[in-house]
Each structure stands twice: as C-alpha cells, then as structure tokens.
Design a binder for this molecule. Structure first.
Ligand code: SF4
Length: 100
C-alpha cells in the first residue's frame, strides 16, 4: 500500500471492455461517460488506459495511497508484482527492491 506502482512516470494502466464495464458500474456511471471522462487512448493506440495526472500518478490514487476503485481495479493492478514485472520494476517497487 505504498502507492509506488500507481505513481510510475509514463506508466499506463490498460483497461479491457469488461474492466471498463465493471468500473463504470461501481462508480454508477454509464460506460460511454466513463470512457470519455476517465480514459485516454494508449500511446500505442491499441487500447484505452486510465487517465493519469500530470505528475504521472493514476487519477484514482488518493493522497493516502488508496485506490478509489480498489474493489474493481484492473487486472494489471491486481497482479503486479506477483504475476508480471518490468525490467525496471525493482527500481519502482520497494518490495521487489528488498528481494533483489
Ligand atoms: S487503478 Fe488503483 S491500483 Fe491501479 S494504478 Fe490506479 S490507483 Fe493504483
């Protein structure tokens, strides 16, 4: 719960159609409104991603390092760093840095 992985500069959180539907329902929004207001097109233009703030942090991260959509957060968030990492993940994630 350090929030480090939610603050990666240039990091992206891809969202699938099913994830968009779940998050929108959780927020009481319609999917089209969620897509328009809360997502951007990924840099590779292959998917949508959750919006980030200018400092690179995820728009859903609170000042207390909590995820405002935690019950329905995307799979990418649920599975890091247990099911996937990037080569530079240990420089971002304190838990991985301890292991290496
Ligand atoms: S959706 Fe939640 S867990 Fe995922 S990056 Fe944003 S704040 Fe972090």
């Amino acid at each position: 719960m350090c929030g480090a992985c939610c603050r990666i500069k240039d990091g992206i959180v891809r969202v699938s159609d099913a994830e968009i539907a779940r998050i929108a329902a959780f927020l009481g929004m319609d999917e089209a409104g969620f897509i328009e207001c809360e997502t951007d097109v990924a840099p590779d233009r292959k998917s949508l991603v959750l919006k980030s703030r200018p400092d690179g942090s995820c728009a859903w991260l609170t000042e207390a390092n909590l995820c405002r959509i935690n019950p329905v957060k995307p799979g990418k968030c649920r599975t890091f760093p247990f099911e996937w990492t990037n080569p530079d993940s240990s420089s971002v994630c304190p838990a991985l840095a301890v292991q290496s």
